[in-house]
Write a protein that binds this ligand. Structure first.
Ligand code: FDA
Length: 311
């Protein structure tokens, strides 16, 4: 119930302006967001890389309905990739980037798919030039087919482009089979949007079981699985699947979000696993922040406690 309410609020312009405008909220969001500028993103990435972890950076923003904004997002990714290169973080994919097609123009009323694809192609070109990769974030289920189509197009020229699949969608086990091919980078997460039962598992236990089935398909396949979860059970199962399918450390990776279970991130990296941290930065943090609150009652409590303490 709370999860659904928070996810619905994440789409509300009215709540957005109240939450985004409150000075207290800004201090609270810094737990989940690395800062607002390109330099903030690069600086946070540098700290993480120097602690033995890897990074994927997200310039916050989504559902863009303004072509100028979509171009500005593309330009920011180009600036970011230059910044990562200058800091020596891009080479070998130690820091890569994650992009949302809806931030690059996918939702524009006329020709959105083509505009987003062209922008994504420019980001991929810039990433390739500095020796790193791009992963396409996955948004709500109405965009899954378009995002996978864009992935196919981009992979013709940039085979290292990564996909995200969401275990809560009923279709995902089959998508995993399609994408578990040589060289294919697939990030498996549980899924963060408010989806109807017609397309998604709604019980936590069903989502977890689907995650395990999907992880098995990916780990048994020929691709490069990226297990994105903070769930200790899923992390253990991921490790067990790697052993079962004879995968060496480095032939798959774990991923977690910035600010969530940092000690566990460092522990996994110290044990020899590839551990990548998803680092969001930028001013358009509202949707991302609300999805983090929705994920975990403790996150919401942290937010409410901060308000109460301030009061
Ligand atoms: P879940 O939220 O079910 O939590 C399971 C357990 O994990 C908890 O019971 C607890 O033990 C532990 N845990 C979780 N949060 C914790 C915390 N804050 N502190 C301590 N323990 C905690 N989604 C999407 O739809 N599209 C996308 O493109 C992406 N991209 C993405 C990238 C990366 C790198 C990650 C890690 C996640 C995403 N997601 C995403 C978000 C994802 O779908 C999902 O919403 C969150 O990862 C939460 O799901 P978990 O698997 O962590 O488990």
């Amino acid at each position: 119930m709370l999860r659904q309410a928070l996810l619905q609020m994440s789409k509300s312009h009215r709540v957005r302006s109240i939450v985004s405008g409150a000075p207290l909220t800004r201090s609270v969001v810094t737990r989940f967001i690395a800062g607002s500028s390109t330099d903030d993103g690069v600086r946070a990435s540098s700290d993480i890389v120097h602690s033995g972890r890897l990074v994927t950076l997200d310039n916050l923003g989504e559902d863009t309905l303004d072509v100028h904004q979509a171009r500005a997002t593309r330009d920011e990714y180009l600036r970011l990739l230059t910044g990562l290169d200058d800091a020596g973080l891009a080479e070998g994919g130690r820091a890569e980037v994650s992009v949302k097609l809806s931030a690059l123009g996918q939702a524009l009323p006329s020709g959105g798919d083509r505009i987003a694809l062209d922008h994504a192609r420019e980001v991929c070109q810039a990433a390739e030039k500095v020796g790193t990769t791009v992963t396409l974030d996955m948004e709500d289920h109405t965009t899954t087919d378009d995002t996978l189509n864009a992935l196919r197009e981009l992979r013709r020229d940039f085979p290292s482009v990564g996909a995200v699949l969401q275990a809560y969608l009923r279709r995902t086990e089959s998508d995993c089979r399609d994408l578990a091919t040589a060289g294919s980078r697939v990030r498996l997460c549980k899924g963060a949007y408010d989806e109807p039962a017609s397309v998604a598992y709604t019980e936590r236990s069903e989502v977890d079981r689907s995650y395990v089935r999907c992880a098995r398909v990916l780990m048994a396949g020929q691709g490069y699985p990226m297990l994105a979860t903070h769930d200790p059970r899923m992390v253990d199962i991921g490790g067990a699947l790697a052993r079962r399918y004879g995968r060496e450390q480095g032939s798959y990776e774990f991923q977690m979000l910035f600010g969530i279970r940092p000690d566990e991130q460092v522990r996994l990296a110290a044990s020899g696993e590839r551990m990548r941290v998803y680092v969001p930065y930028g001013d358009d943090w509202y949707g991302y922040f609300m999805r983090r609150l929705a994920e975990r009652p403790a996150n919401t409590m942290f937010f409410l406690r901060a308000i109460a303490t301030k009061g």
